[in-house]
Design a protein around this ligand. Structure first.
Ligand code: AMP
Length: 429
C-alpha cells in the first residue's frame, strides 16, 4: 500500500481567543507586573488558583439565574465523569481557596491578589472575548466600610498610575438579600406597568434575575427606571450607614466618584457595596475596565465561616485598549537591543561575543544560516535592535569589531575588551 502524504490543513484559533505577540507581550507583562507590585505594596500578595473548578462552585456562587451560568460557561466532563468548568471569574476560586486552606486562622482580613485567563462564551466584539484575562484582589473576613474603601482605592490608584485620566468610578449599594427581595417586587411591578410589551430579553430578566433589568438598553425601560423606585430608598439603617461610611471614606481619600443607582453587576454573590471603573474612551457597552463589590454569604456558602468579603477584577485587554486610546501605551522597540552579525569564518567568535553580552544582561540576538552581509543587515533593521556588532575576519585579526548604530547609521570600531562598555553607553542613552 502506498503511503499517503499527510493532508495539510490550516487550523486557526477558535473564535474569541487570540495570540499575544511581540510588543503586545511586553506591554502585557509590564501591566501584570505593575498590578502585582501595586497589590503587594498594599498588602495583597499574589496567590495562584486553578483554571478549572467543580462546576457546582460557580453555579452556587455566581448564581443559577445569571447570564454567566446559564449561557456562558465552558463546562465539560472529565474522564471520571466529574463536571468541571473553566473559571469564568476569579472570586469563587479565591473563596474556595480561603475555605479549603482555613486561611482565616492566619488573622483577618485575608488579603490576596490573583490573575490569569477567564473563560466565557460571549458574543465576541472589541473588548469582549471568550478567553480574556483579569487580575484582581480579595479581602475576606472583616466587615468594615474602610476595607471597602481600601479595595476601591487600590484599583483606582493602579489605573491612575498607569496614566489613565478618562476614568470614572461608579459606586452603588445593592443592600442585603432581604432588602433586595422587597425591592425587586416593586421594581418588576413598576416596569411592567410603565412599559407594556416588554422585549423578551427584559421579560426574561424580570422573571429570572429582576435586578438585571436595571441594565436594560431599551429606552422605554431606561425612562421608566428614571422615575421608578430606587433600591437605595428601601434600604434599612445598617445598609445605609455602611454605604454612607464608604462614601465618606472615598471623600476622605480624595477619590472622585459618581453614585449610580443602576449599578448592580451581574453576579449573585454581591451584597451591599458595588463599584465599577469606567473608561470614557471605550464603547458604552464595554466601558468597564473592571469592577467588584462586597459579598456577605459567599464564604459560608462555600463551606466556610460566615465572613464577609470585598474584591474587584480588572480586565487586562480593556485596560490595554483604554491605554491605547489615551495614547499612553509604552513605546516598545525590538525585543533585543543588540544583534551580532558575522562575515566570513567568524561565527564562533561572534557567538562568543553574543554570549558575553547576554551574560552581562544585554538583550542580544545572533544571525543564523549562511547569509550575505546585506541580508544580515536587513534582519538587523527588522529586529528593532539599537546596535549591530559586525564581526569580520580581518577586524578580528586586529582584535576589533565594528559597531553600527542602527538608528543613525554611524559606525565605529571597538576592541574586544571594550565592546560591552561601548554598547552599554549607546543603549543606555
Ligand atoms: P466581571 O467579572 O464581569 O465583573 O468583569 C470584570 C472586568 O473583566 C470587566 O470590567 C472587563 O474589563 C473584563 N471582562 C469581563 N468579561 C470580559 C470579556 N468577555 N472579554 C474581555 N474582558 C472582559
Amino acid at each position: 500500500m502506498s503511503k499517503l502524504a499527510p493532508v495539510s490543513i490550516r487550523i486557526s484559533a477558535p473564535k474569541g481567543v487570540y495570540d499575544v505577540i511581540g510588543a503586545d507581550t511586553v506591554r502585557w507583562d509590564d501591566l501584570e507586573t505593575r498590578f502585582f507590585e501595586t497589590a503587594a505594596t498594599w498588602g495583597y500578595p499574589r496567590v495562584r488558583i486553578p483554571v478549572f473548578e467543580h462546576t457546582e462552585l460557580f453555579v452556587r456562587s455566581v448564581g443559577e439565574a445569571t447570564d454567566i451560568v446559564r449561557k456562558e460557561m465552558y463546562t465539560f466532563s472529565d474522564r471520571g465523569d466529574r463536571s468541571l468548568t473553566l473559571r469564568p471569574e476569579g472570586t469563587a476560586g479565591m473563596v474556595r481557596c480561603f475555605v479549603e486552606h482555613s486561611l482565616d486562622q492566619a488573622g483577618l482580613p485575608w488579603k490576596a491578589a490573583y490573575g490569569g485567563p477567564m473563560f466565557r462564551a460571549e458574543n465576541v466584539q472589541r473588548g469582549r472575548y471568550r478567553q480574556f484575562h483579569q487580575f484582581g484582589v480579595e479581602a475576606i473576613g472583616v466587615d468594615d466600610p474602610a476595607l471597602d474603601v481600601e479595595v476601591i482605592a487600590l484599583g483606582w490608584a493602579f489605573l491612575r498610575h498607569l496614566g489613565l485620566v478618562e476614568l470614572t468610578l461608579l459606586v452603588n449599594t445593592i443592600g442585603r438579600p432581604e432588602e433586595r427581595a422587597r425591592y425587586v417586587e416593586v421594581l418588576a411591578d413598576h416596569v411592567r406597568k410603565a412599559v407594556p410589551g416588554l422585549d423578551p430579553d427584559d421579560e426574561e430578566r424580570l422573571e429570572l434575575n429582576p435586578l438585571r433589568v436595571l441594565d436594560s438598553r431599551d429606552p422605554r425601560v431606561v425612562e421608566a427606571l428614571a422615575t421608578g423606585p430606587r433600591l437605595r430608598d428601601v434600604l434599612g439603617d445598617e445598609s445605609r450607614s455602611h454605604f454612607g461610611a464608604v462614601l465618606d471614606g472615598l471623600d476622605a481619600a480624595g477619590i472622585p466618584y459618581e453614585v449610580d443607582d443602576t449599578l448592580v453587576r451581574g453576579l449573585d454573590y454581591y451584597t451591599s457595596t458595588t463599584f465599577e471603573y469606567a473608561s470614557g474612551t471605550l464603547d458604552s457597552a464595554q466601558n468597564a475596565l473592571g469592577g467588584g463589590g462586597h459579598y456577605d454569604g459567599l464564604v459560608e456558602m462555600c463551606g466556610g465561616p460566615p465572613l464577609p468579603g470585598i474584591g474587584f477584577a480588572l480586565g487586562v485587554e480593556r485596560i490595554l485598549i483604554a491605554c491605547e486610546s489615551e495614547g499612553i501605551l509604552a513605546e516598545v522597540r525590538g525585543t533585543v537591543d543588540v544583534i551580532v552579525l558575522h562575515v566570513g569564518e567568524t561565527a564562533v567568535p561572534a557567538r562568543r561575543i553574543a554570549a558575553e553580552l547576554r551574560e552581562a544582561g544585554v538583550r542580544t540576538d545572533v544571525v543564523f544560516g549562511n547569509r550575505s552581509l546585506k541580508a544580515q543587515f536587513k534582519q538587523a533593521d527588522r529586529s528593532g535592535a539599537r546596535v549591530a556588532v559586525v564581526v569580520g575576519e580581518r577586524d578580528m585579526e586586529r582584535g576589533v569589531v565594528t559597531l553600527r548604530d542602527l538608528d543613525t547609521g554611524e559606525q565605529s570600531e571597538a576592541t574586544l575588551d571594550s565592546v560591552r562598555q561601548e554598547i552599554e553607553e549607546v543603549i543606555g542613552s
